[in-house]
Design a protein around this ligand. Sequence first.
Ligand code: BES
Ligand code: MN
Ligand code: ZN
Length: 507
Amino acid sequence: MTKGKTFSDLSKTNYLLILTTNKYIYRINTKCMTKITLNNKIKTQSHVLLITEKFNNEFELPEKVNDYIVNALNDKDKKTLSYNYIGKYISIIIVDKSKEETQLNEQLRRHGATVADAINAHKGKEIYIYNQTNAPHLSLAAAEGIALANYQFIKHKPSAAKQKNTLESIIIANTKIDTEKISELNIVVDATLKARDLVNEPVNVLNATALANSFKHMGKEAGFDVEIYNKKKIQQLKMGGILAVNAGSVDEPTFTIMEYKPKGAVNKHPYVLVGKGVVYDTGGLSLKPTPNSMDLMKCDMAGAAAVGCAMYAIAKAKLKVHVVALVPATDNRPGFNAFAPGDVITMMDGSTVEMLNSDAEGRMILADALHFAKKYKPELVIDMATLTGAAAAAIGTFGMVGMGTADKKQKEKIIQSGLNVHERIAEFPFWDDYSDLMKSDIADQKNIGGPAAGSITAGKFLQKFTDYPYYHLDIAGPAFLSAKDNYKTKGGTGYGVRFFFELMKNV
Ligand code: BES
Ligand code: MN
Ligand code: ZN
């Protein structure tokens, strides 16, 4: 908005988009809505988020309100202000445009989370985002933060009907944004929330077969192929790692292959995404102690959710990129014929593994998937997995641990995509020395290293099953939160969906 304009003037512009949040509905409204002036509309209906570089007296706010805001924002360090009047709500965020774009976007996403909470506390249904800066991406980032923060997982809690969030629509009042960007944001938010749903679903609802079927549905809806291998097929293919982990389970394992191959794809060979689909990890016979670590282990398919839901977003947004996603899935239990520490397993690639710890199961199922990926002669393979407590111990919940053999250019894109969506990667060394720690006396490898460098030794184990540029992402830290962190709600975060989507946009 140019200097000298008032909110009333702004209200005469067209309002673009309705971004719906927790309802998975998508609608665009480019028509001018009811005439809005701040004096009028805010008093009577609207909740507003104002993004600006400097708040000033140009607005037609009631004098008292205006004075209060100007006064409060006089403090140089005060960058945000929320004000309630007559049951309505205005939130102002002052941005410093000299900051980096990635930082600003994250600042807006986080502020969006605060706004979502406030609107819901007010039982509001919609929020208007006014952006006075010349950076339309800030509106998108704010909308993203609001939408992601508005997520709830209450389907198994009928008594929570009253706690249901009321916010339904986010209206970006900024005609400079094209509809494609809006639609893309709707898609990627939707996909992220879908991933959260999958992660939050317990294993008695979502076993390996149900997980595979949910991908099948997504494929139908978004337009990508999904093939599901059952136990018999997995046996025929001699996927020894998957079968070993599944041996103590009553439920069958699955191996899901998703493929999206649009006409005019920019890549010759596919990008392959591999996701760890351990629908529940008890540790197997090397049982985890409960309640400390087992309680959260329904989240052990968060990598699978990320790659499957990323496929959903990629296909729905019709990105021009050929992508394959592979998900080996099973639960890890100590029942029946469970594999015993000391067992030697022959993997799909013919190599052998001495399984010294049944709780190091993720790498066993991923190994077969990584071997399977060779047949695509892929441009690059990235796996995502809640693989090691060591990764979480090293960097906490604030990012993922990454390592691999991808070339320099690929790594740059990977790292930058992480920064763009604030799903950041802390890159660990991938020196060959670490492979020595996985040597076994009686097999080609063992499945655990020593006490040191646990997430790297896991990565080195996996590398043995690759013959292509490879990158490994360990999301054990950020996949599942025990407390809300801004727009990442408690429980499953949907981590990785936004990252993969961003990366596939940039390749
Ligand atoms: N699923 C766990 C890792 C995990 C831990 C995920 C915490 C999310 C939060 C994995 O299967 C596991 O148990 N890893 C072991 C490996 C060890 C036995 C070498 C671990 O990290 O302790
Ligand atoms: Mn485990
Ligand atoms: Zn696990």
